[in-house]
Design a protein around this ligand. Structure first.
Ligand code: AMP
Length: 209
C-alpha cells in the first residue's frame, strides 16, 4: 500500500443481516461531504465475471457464502489505493463508511492494520421473514442473483449469524444498536445522531477544506 494509505483510516462500520439496509443507508451517507461509502459487495459485483476473482465471487455469493478472506482483503486494499490515488477518497478528511467489510472477526483483525473503526452501527431486524422479504424485493429490482432463491436467502442469513454476528462481541463497548425496522429516513436520522457524537467526527469537521 502507498504511504498515505498506510495510516489508519478513520471509519464507522455498518453491520447487520442481509436485508437490514446497510447498503441503502451507506449509499446515502456516502453522498454527504466528508463521508465515503465503501461497499464490499459492490466491489465484487463490479468485477468482470470472466476474471478468476470474478468467477470466485459468483461461485461463493451464489451459494450465500463469503468469499475467502485473503481474496476479499486484497481486492479491498487495491480498490482503496485506487480511490486514494484518484482523490475520490481522502483519508485525512473523509470518514469511511464500511458496508459489508469486515464480515468476520478474522477480517476485522487484518483490517485493524489499515483502519480504525470508531463506531459500529448495528442495524437490528430480528424478524427473518422481513429480511427475506426485503431481499426478494431487492433481487427483482437490482437483479441480484445471490438474493434470488429462498434457499440462498436462508443460507445468507445463517452465514451472517455464524460468521458476521460475532463481530458485535468483538467490538463490544463500541456498538450502537439501531432499529432497522423503522422507516429508512428515521434509521438514517438515528445513524447520523450516533456519528455526530464521535470525537473523530468533531475533530475532522474542524478541518477547513
Ligand atoms: P453484500 O452486497 O454485502 O450482501 O455482499 C454480497 C456477497 O459478496 C456476499 O454474500 C459475499 O459472497 C460477498 N462478500 C461481500 N463482502 C464480503 C466480505 N467482506 N467477505 C467475504 N465475502 C464478501
Amino acid at each position: 500500500m502507498s504511504e498515505e494509505s498506510r495510516k489508519l483510516h478513520p471509519s464507522v462500520l455498518i453491520i447487520g443481516a442481509p436485508g437490514a439496509g446497510k447498503g441503502t443507508q451507506g449509499k446515502v451517507l456516502g453522498t454527504i461531504p466528508r463521508f465515503f461509502h465503501c461497499a464490499c459487495g459492490d466491489l465484487f459485483r463490479s468485477l468482470d465475471t470472466r476474471t478468476e476473482l470474478g468467477q470466485q465471487f459468483v461461485e461463493f455469493s451464489s451459494k450465500g457464502e463469503l468469499v475467502p478472506d485473503e481474496l476479499t482483503i486484497n481486492l479491498w486494499k487495491v480498490q482503496v489505493d485506487n480511490w486514494i490515488e484518484t482523490y475520490l477518497y481522502k483519508p485525512d478528511i473523509d470518514i469511511m463508511v464500511l458496508d459489508g467489510i469486515p464480515r468476520n472477526v478474522r477480517q476485522a483483525k487484518i483490517l485493524s492494520e489499515y483502519l480504525k473503526v470508531h463506531r459500529v452501527i448495528h442495524l437490528t431486524c430480528p424478524n427473518r421473514e422481513e429480511l427475506a422479504r426485503r431481499m426478494r424485493k431487492r433481487a427483482l429490482k437490482e437483479n441480484r442473483y445471490d438474493d434470488a432463491s429462498d434457499e440462498v436467502i436462508a443460507h445468507r442469513i445463517d452465514t451472517y449469524e455464524k460468521e458476521t454476528r460475532p463481530l458485535i462481541e468483538y467490538y463490544e463497548g463500541n456498538v450502537s444498536e439501531i432499529d432497522a425496522t423503522k422507516q429508512p429516513v428515521e434509521v438514517l436520522g438515528d445513524i447520523i445522531a450516533e456519528i455526530i457524537k464521535l470525537d473523530v467526527y468533531r475533530d475532522m469537521s474542524k478541518v477547513l477544506v
